[in-house]
Design a protein around this ligand. Structure first.
Ligand code: DGJ
Length: 798
């Protein structure tokens, strides 16, 4: 709901179910930020009831600039603003920085008018932006947009601010549009999406940093003075710094306390800065990274900023995540796959890498079908001359040596096996060693006459060039129509270097990185419209472009090239702060793991991957019969619980928060609260410390649940030569005898089985059967060596 208090000057209140965002037009005409926090009551008929929100001013702080002689008590340096600019006394991180033809950089925006828009009206006004944005499916949606117009009268610039309110998810989004109403060029040096000036102590920033194969490392810093910046300069939203950040007071934790999060619906260079000013207030800004960015705005032209998603929770990060999960599922992800169960897939990459051919793929697919796989994906290596990563990107023709019948034949055969078929592409790239490059060297992003650097031996196509975009759209249309393709993995494997668009004139080179992203969005929009039924999965060397921009087109993203179960617990736990399980994919791979060489139990690899969109990425043909049986059983089980995993409410256990916690737990609860599935995981085993508690979250407190575990069987080999303490014959490790016995002798795992109320299970927790502690084993013992996990079920009993 948007509430307007009409007074001499208007006050604006954006109300969600649990939060309020307040601002007003102040005496100078600037838009003053008043409040962002737990919901407060606003009496639109009584402006005096809003008075406590206004910071009273009798004099300006010493050694600051006074905005005008008429208002000597106001210094812009000490005002909470919705838009900070340069040159009028506000010396904090600006929202906007522009340079005029006379070389001046001072701008000053004051209030002109406002209107409340439906989302349809908002979208019409933003149509020219070329940027993806949040949406609402319902015709009669309660979501509304407050559209405020400010102007810099002397420079004849108009700044439009859009505030969209998604009441049920407690989300407010912000974006801006700068319009040049003058008759000369203006250069934009920065134009942010959101600014928050906070008077409360929001000194702690939670951010998610990383690198390839170690995405989403959750870190917290406390800002006592100065500035903290979370940004990317890779051309992508990046695995170095995900654009999602959380601000909170120091005492906020998983289960309690205030927090505000911000994420950008954007896939390129981004920038989030928190600054503590000299008066103890915090300014937060988020938007396109101003580094190497500039935009020439011609008379009459408009520049749009990406939408920033703001969320407030008074219930700690758990509350925040729940709201964001609903928001992303309802208002970001779209298309036929939005609510559709995602298939269990088998991907050829870690099984074969580049060494693929039709025969090999069909054998792998057949093994997948026997195990219950629903979608077979041919990853990299299928096109002309692509035997390693040094060539062929751009030549999207099947290699006849590998696929004699092309994609049509392979996809048909996969369909005949009873599975859907999917394909890997990397459409934004060009290898120097390719036919495409021979024909169009100027389509690669390079600075003419200068040596250039590459990543993974490839160049980036200049998506600023409309001819290149047309080529990509037509080539991909051809590939996606060349067989029965139901799924596409859209990869992007390098960061930007030598940033330069051969298509753009010199004066517009500062626009290259952003224009690239706009070009990409145009391509994605066109292809997802042409192929609405294809399930698209975003990928960028794993999680190098894991963001809300991609999710507006593709409903899921490959979270990381790291498939090690232990690493994945951390990576997936971190993603869950800002993204629902239904948008990140997770695969069971072989052991020793290809990224870490770590050995983890197959059961753990499966259980961890189930808390994501489950897939497999290993050579099933090489697995033992018992592993294949286990996988068949895993997939059958997952299909039964898929709706809860993929579309239930997800909760982190409180213990996950401590970075040194030896255990981790997750719970997914069905929308009606009557079915739940939980994971309990231990990193390293501690001997003789045998008791563990699993504490589910999100159950209905007054409903009784049947709590039970999965039937687990242990292989004799799991006990090493300890078996000799009970075996009548000596069994040597690694011997043929051990191998034969291990095929026939399986030992029952512990059984958990009890019935209790939801509140008991959640508050007291379940004291699990004691873990093996070196003094014997029976079926009431939980065998729980390093990296072990259990899945538990909770089903409401009538
Ligand atoms: C990087 C991706 O993240 C991998 O999963 C795989 O598709 C390779 N690229 C293929 O080159």
């Amino acid at each position: 709901m948007i509430q307007i208090v009409k007074d001499t000057r208007p006050w604006f209140f954006l109300q969600t179910t649990h939060s309020t965002y307040g601002m007003r037009v102040m005496e100078t005409g600037h838009l003053e930020h008043l409040y962002y926090g737990e919901r407060i009551t606003v009496d639109t008929q009584d402006p005096s009831s809003c008075a406590p929100l206004v910071i009273q001013r009798a004099f300006a702080p010493g050694n600051t600039c006074i905005y005008t002689k008429e208002q000597p008590q106001i210094s812009m340096e000490d005002v909470c603003l919705e838009v900070g600019t340069c040159g009028k006394g506000d010396i904090r991180e600006p929202f906007l920085e522009v340079c005029f033809t006379d070389g001046s950089v001072t701008s000053d925006f004051t209030f002109v008018s406002f209107e409340v828009l439906t989302l349809k009206d908002r979208d019409e006004r933003m149509q020219a932006s070329g940027l993806p944005h949040s949406y609402s499916e319902e015709e009669s949606s309660s979501a509304k947009c407050l559209h405020i117009i400010l102007q810099d009268a002397t420079n004849r610039l108009e700044l439009q601010l859009f505030y969209t309110v998604y009441e049920d998810c407690d989300v407010i989004t912000r974006s801006a549009c700068l319009l040049n109403r003058s008759d000369t060029f203006v250069t934009i040096e920065r134009c942010m999406s959101a600014q928050l000036d906070l008077t409360e102590d929001y000194s702690e920033v939670t951010h998610f940093s990383g690198a390839w194969a170690r995405e989403m490392h959750r870190e917290q810093i406390t800002l006592s003075s100065g500035k903290f910046v979370n940004s990317s300069y890779t051309g992508t939203s990046s695995n170095r710094a995900n654009p999602f950040v959380i601000l909170s007071p120091e005492n906020t934790c998983e289960t309690s306390g205030s927090c505000i999060s911000c994420n950008l619906i954007y896939s390129g260079n981004h920038y989030e800065a928190l600054e503590k000013d000299s008066y103890g207030k915090f300014r937060f800004v988020a938007g396109i990274n101003p580094r190497s960015f500039s935009w020439q705005l011609a008379p009459g032209e408009a520049f749009y900023t990406p939408e920033a998603v703001l969320n407030f929770s008074a219930d700690g990060s758990r509350g925040l995540s729940g709201q964001l999960h609903s928001f992303i599922r309802e208002h970001i992800v779209r298309g036929v796959w939005k609510h559709k169960p995602r298939p269990v897939l088998l991907n050829s990459w870690e099984a074969c890498y580049f060494k693929i051919d039709e025969k090999k793929l069909l054998q792998l697919a057949k093994a997948g079908k026997d195990a219950g796989i629903e979608l077979f994906v041919m990853d990299d290596g299928w096109f002309l001359g692509r035997n390693n990563d040094t060539s062929s990107l751009g030549d999207w023709e099947p290699d006849p040596k590998k696929l004699p019948g092309g994609i049509a034949s392979l996809s048909k055969k996969i369909k005949e096996l009873g599975m859907d078929f999917g394909i890997w592409v990397e459409p934004e790239m060009i290898s120097e060693n390719s036919n495409l490059y021979k024909g169009h060297p100027d389509w690669a992003m390079k600075i003419p006459g200068h040596p250039h650097s590459e990543g993974r031996n490839q160049c980036i196509l200049d998506l600023c060039n409309p001819e290149v975009r047309k080529y990509v759209i037509e080539e991909m249309t051809r590939v996606f129509s060349s067989g029965e393709i139901r799924y596409v993995k859209w990869d992007m494997n390098r960061n930007f270097s030598d940033i330069y668009s051969p298509y753009l004139p010199a004066a517009k080179q500062g626009e290259t990185a952003h224009r690239y992203v706009l070009g990409l969005y145009q391509i994605m929009e066109e292809l997802t419209t042409r192929f609405p039924k294809i399930l698209f999965e975003g990928c960028s060397a794993g999680g190098n472009r894991f963001d809300l921009g991609i999710l507006c087109y593709f409903p899921q993203i490959w979270a990381s090239d790291n498939t090690d179960a232990l690493c994945r617990t951390g990576i997936q736990n971190s993603y869950s702060y800002g993204y629902p399980l239904s948008v990140f994919t997770a695969h069971v791979s072989s052991c020793p793991n290809h990224q870490t060489l770590r050995i983890t139990p197959l059961e753990t690899r499966f259980q961890v991957a189930s808390f994501g969109i489950l897939g497999y990425e290993c050579n099933l043909k090489d697995l033992s019969g018992s592993d294949l049986n286990a996988i068949r059983e895993q997939i059958a089980f997952y299909k039964k619980w898929r709706d809860v995993f993929q579309f239930g409410s997800f909760y982190r256990g409180a213990e996950n928060e401590a970075s040194d916690s030896e255990t981790l737990s997750w719970t997914c609860v069905s929308p009606d609260g009557r079915r739940a599935v939980g994971l309990f995981f231990r990193r390293l085993t501690v001997p003789n410390q045998s008791h563990d508690w699993y504490r589910p979250v999100g159950l209905l407190p007054d409903v009784k649940y049947h709590f039970y575990g999965r039937n687990i069987k242990y292989n004799l080999k799991d006990f090493g030569d300890l078996v000799n303490t009970v075996s009548p014959i000596h069994i040597k490790q690694g011997s043929a005898l051990q191998e034969i016995l291990s095929r026939f002798v399986n030992m029952d795992g512990e059984k958990e089985d009890l019935t209790a109320y939801g509140d008991t299970l959640m508050r007291a927790g379940i004291a699990l059967k004691p873990a093996f502690a070196g003094t014997g084993y029976n079926s009431d013992t939980r065998l729980f060596p390093d990296f072990s996990s259990r899945i538990y079920f909770m089903e409401a009993v009538e």
